[in-house]
Design a protein around this ligand. Sequence first.
Ligand SMILES: Nc1ncnc2c1ncn2[C@@H]1O[C@H](COP(=O)(O)OP(=O)(O)O)[C@@H](O)[C@H]1O
Ligand SMILES: [Mg+2]
Length: 411
Amino acid sequence: MIALARNNLPQTDFSPVFNEAGRVGVSKLTLTDFRNYSHLRMEMDSRPVVLTGSNGAGKTNILEALSFLIPGRGLRRAKLVDVARIKTGNDNLPSSALWAVAASVQNFNDITDIGTGCEKRTSFENASERRVVRIDGQQAKSQADLGNVLTAIWLTPDMDRLFQGGASARMRFLDRLVYAFDPNHAKRTAAYTHAMKQRTRLLKENVGDKSWLSVLERTMAEQGIAVAAARKEIIARLIKVMSESEGPFPVANLALDGLVEEWLDDMPALKAEDKLCEFLEKDRNIDAIKGSASSGVHKTDLKVWHIEKCMNAALCSTGEQKALLIAMILAQAKAQVATNGKAPILLLDEIAAHLDEDRRKTLFEELCSLNAQSWLTGTDVGLFKELGNRAQFFHVHDSKVSMKNRIYAVN
Ligand SMILES: Nc1ncnc2c1ncn2[C@@H]1O[C@H](COP(=O)(O)OP(=O)(O)O)[C@@H](O)[C@H]1O
Ligand SMILES: [Mg+2]
């Protein structure tokens, strides 16, 4: 029954245009058992994609599916199993694949096919789930390889309180911007965190293996300094692009608040590495009691100011904070294009509703002029009317996606 429905998917009668102006984006997207979608197949061209529909229709779920085309846990940071469609009735097909997202990614005239999903593995002792990644049909060594094909940046309503909340969400946001420039940043942050966790465990268990502790601390220092340097570099690029842009979006000043970053301002990287090693060694006793490392780049915070208002972003209005975040991601997209010609896809969830008309129009202008495919969601199609035929409009309703009279999902 389901197979028949899939074969009957309507064919599109427009040809996706992607190579004009060297745009990068997703030209085909297929979801299988992903959230509320049993099966969804969409085709897009390079223009901004607008998804409209009522609350709970499945708009954010499509953005989440796209966010799995890059390394990481996706825009909801969900557990892999939670993403699988909760099945009802008798459509519970036996399968080792819990969910899958497939996409054709167009970059200039190149097309790369990405497939990712979650597979269930059942061994004699236990069952486990793991993320699988295929690039052009070949199983990838790690999900980090996705970063060489596509980069993505998102803004979601959850991030409205990014400037008020704890530092970790801000640093995750910043690190995603760094990954978009340099996929190896993900490996460095993972290696740093892994070494830090091992050190903490060793200290808590009071193993007393000093040489192993020194190896772990040296790894933390080497990876940590590289992480801090990459973060500093991205901040400098963003500030430069923002200060050169005009229009209604605010210019933000950004700074890293951390000891390691201060050292990097004052001394060469190798000296900063040695200094972090010294600090970690000196703090072993206290860190054993605390159960965490007292020094390192995990302690760093991102400080953001609204320059014109001379105001810490945390004290700005919700709309101003949103505008600051948009200014930052637009700067990121422009900086990426200027540096390596590879624009990230922008996933902007419920963004238009929070902007005044002037900012909304400017955002649309910017999105149309960027060589980046953007995906926008909203409940009210009227908010996107200025985009006209510069965008492609899809309506999401009841787990189906339609464009004009075409239906793209069959459940
Ligand atoms: N694992 C799942 N299986 C089936 N449905 C799900 C799953 N996770 C979320 N949903 C449902 O998907 C629907 C659409 O969610 P969402 O994409 O966030 O809607 P919106 O269009 O408002 O952005 C919601 O009704 C939600 O309950
Ligand atoms: Mg939503």
